[in-house]
Design a protein around this ligand. Structure first.
Ligand code: HAM
Length: 415
C-alpha cells in the first residue's frame, strides 16, 4: 500500500473539521486585534531562506532545482516570505502593517510526536516600529490565542536576544560565529559551547558570566540584572502587557530562538504536557526587509505551532464536539423516494444543511445514517403526510416528533 511520505499526515474529515474550527478561532482573534490575512507561495527562491534563517533551518530545508534550473525551497517558516511580500508590494502602505497567516511549512527533521516534516503555523507580523507597544501587542495576541483555544497549562517566557548578542560580541566572538554560539545556548549545551568559545580565545570567566546570563529567569525583579537599555525596554513591554491583562509571563534571558533574524525582544510559549517538543509558539522582533532589497523596517511577529497546540489541548482533555448537520431526509417507502429529493433540495436552498439517503436504504437503516452524520433532525417523508403537503419532523436527541407543513419546514429547523 502506498503511504503518505514520512513526517506528513492525511487529515480525514473528523480531524479536519476540528482543525478548521480551531483555525477559525485563531482567525477571529487575529481579526479582533486588527490583523488582516496574507498568503504567500508554498515555495520560494531558496536564497530567501538562506539569506537569514540560520543554520538550524538551513540544514532542514527542502531545497530543489526546478526544470528551469532555479534553486527553490519549500518554506520552512513564513516570516521571510511575508517580509519579501511586504518589500514587493506593501512597503508604501501606511504603517503599522498587521498581517496574519495560516499554512503549512516544511522542515526535513526527524519525525516524532509533535514534530513533523509538514506542519502548520498560524502566525502574525507587525511591521512599523521598534516600540514596546508593538512587542506587547504581539505577545498579548499570542496569549489571547492560546487562551481562546482553551489551553490551561502553558508558560510564556520573554527574553532579549540583543543582550546576548551584545555580550557575545563583547567577549570577543567574531560576528560570523555568533549563530554557532547562540545555537548551543539555545539548547543550553554549555559543555559543547565551551570548546567552541575557547577556540575563539574567550576567557573562562567570560564564558561563565555568559552562561549565567542565559540562566537569568524570574519576574520583573530580574530585569535589574539585565545590562544596558534592554532591561528598561523589557520592563515597558511587561508593563503594557499587564495593563492588557497579560500577567502570566516570565522573564527568561535564556530564550534564544532557533532562527537567526531576531534582534530584540524574543518570546516562547510552551505546554509542559507535551514533553520534549513542548514549544507551542515562538516569536520576537527583527528586521529583515533590508536584506530583501527594501528599506529597514522594524517588525515583530510570532507563529503558533498549530499541530502542537492541538496536541496539547487533546492531552489536557479538551474535547471537540462534532458539528453535524441540521437535517437528514428519510423516505418511508420507495413510493416517496423521489419526492424526498425535492424536499432536501428546498431545505438546502433555504440555507439548512441537509443530507439524504442515496444508497436505497429502508427506513430503519436510513434513520441510522441520520445518527451517523449527527443530524439534529430527521425529516421523515411518508405518503400520508405528503398528501397533506407535510412531513414528520423528529428531534434526534429527544425523539419527539410532530407533523410540519413543508412550507414551514426550513424555518422550524432553523429556529
Ligand atoms: P519557530 O519557533 O521556528 O518560529 O516555529 C514556530 C512554531 O512552529 C514552534 O514554536 C513550533 O510550535 C512549531 N514547529 C516548528 N517546527 C515544527 C515541526 N517540525 N513540527 C511541528 N511543529 C513545528 C518561526 O517559524 C518564526 N517564523 C516565528 C516568527 C514569526 N517570528 C517572527 N515572526
Amino acid at each position: 500500500m502506498v503511504q503518505c511520505p514520512r513526517g506528513t499526515r492525511d487529515f480525514l474529515p473528523d480531524q479536519l473539521e476540528k482543525r478548521r474550527a480551531y483555525e477559525g478561532t485563531l482567525r477571529s482573534v487575529a481579526r479582533r486585534f486588527g490583523f488582516r490575512e496574507i498568503q504567500t507561495p508554498i515555495f520560494e527562491d531558496a536564497e530567501l531562506f538562506i539569506l537569514r534563517s540560520g543554520p538550524n533551518v538551513l540544514k532542514e530545508l527542502y531545497a530543489f532545482k526546478d526544470k528551469g534550473d532555479r534553486d527553490l525551497a519549500l518554506r520552512p517558516e513564513m516570516t521571510a516570505a511575508v517580509v519579501r511580500a511586504f518589500v514587493n508590494g506593501m512597503s508604501n502602505d501606511p504603517k503599522p502593517i498587521k498581517v496574519f497567516y495560516f499554512g503549512q511549512c516544511f522542515r526535513y527533521e526527524r519525525p516524532q510526536a509533535g514534530r513533523y516534516r509538514e506542519f502548520f503555523q498560524f502566525g502574525a507580523e507587525i511591521m512599523g516600529a521598534a516600540t514596546p507597544e508593538t512587542d506587547a501587542e504581539a505577545i498579548a495576541m499570542a496569549a489571547f490565542m492560546i487562551k481562546s483555544l482553551g489551553l490551561k497549562n502553558y508558560k510564556m517566557r520573554i527574553g532579549h536576544i540583543g543582550v546576548l548578542r551584545q555580550r557575545i560580541a563583547d567577549i570577543g566572538v567574531p560576528k560570523e560565529r555568533t549563530a554557532e554560539v547562540l545555537q548551543k545556548l539555545d539548547k543550553k549545551l554549555y559543555d559543547e559551547a565551551r570548546p567552541i568559545l575557547k577556540d575563539m580565545g574567550v576567557k573562562d570567566e567570560d564564558m561563565d558570566a555568559l552562561f549565567q546570563l542565559t540562566e537569568t529567569v524570574g519576574g520583573t525583579e530580574v530585569l535589574s540584572m539585565v545590562p544596558g537599555e534592554a532591561g528598561d525596554y523589557l520592563r515597558e513591554v511587561v508593563d503594557y502587557l499587564s495593563r492588557m491583562g497579560v500577567n502570566d509571563v516570565e522573564i527568561d534571558l535564556g530564550v534564544v530562538r532557533g532562527l537567526d533574524y531576531y534582534t530584540g525582544m524574543v518570546f516562547e510559549a510552551e505546554a509542559p504536557v507535551l514533553g520534549a517538543e513542548k514549544q507551542i509558539c515562538g516569536g520576537g522582533s527583527y528586521t529583515l526587509s533590508e536584506l530583501f532589497g527594501g528599506e529597514k523596517v522594524f517588525s515583530t511577529g510570532f507563529a503558533v505551532g498549530f499541530d502542537r497546540i492541538l496536541l496539547a489541548m487533546e492531552k489536557e482533555g479538551i474535547v471537540y464536539e462534532r458539528e453535524g448537520i441540521d437535517a437528514y431526509v428519510v423516505a418511508v417507502s420507495d413510493e416517496v423516494r423521489k419526492d424526498s429529493f425535492g424536499i432536501v433540495a428546498k431545505l438546502r436552498e433555504a440555507g439548512v444543511s441537509a443530507d439524504i439517503d442515496i444508497m436505497g436504504r429502508k427506513l430503519g437503516k436510513a434513520m441510522k445514517s441520520a445518527s451517523t452524520v449527527c443530524a439534529r433532525y430527521a425529516v421523515i417523508v411518508g405518503a400520508g403526510e405528503l398528501s397533506r403537503n407535510a412531513v414528520t419532523l423528529r428531534d434526534m436527541k429527544s425523539g419527539e416528533q410532530c407533523e410540519v407543513p413543508i412550507a414551514e419546514l426550513a424555518d422550524r429547523i432553523r429556529n
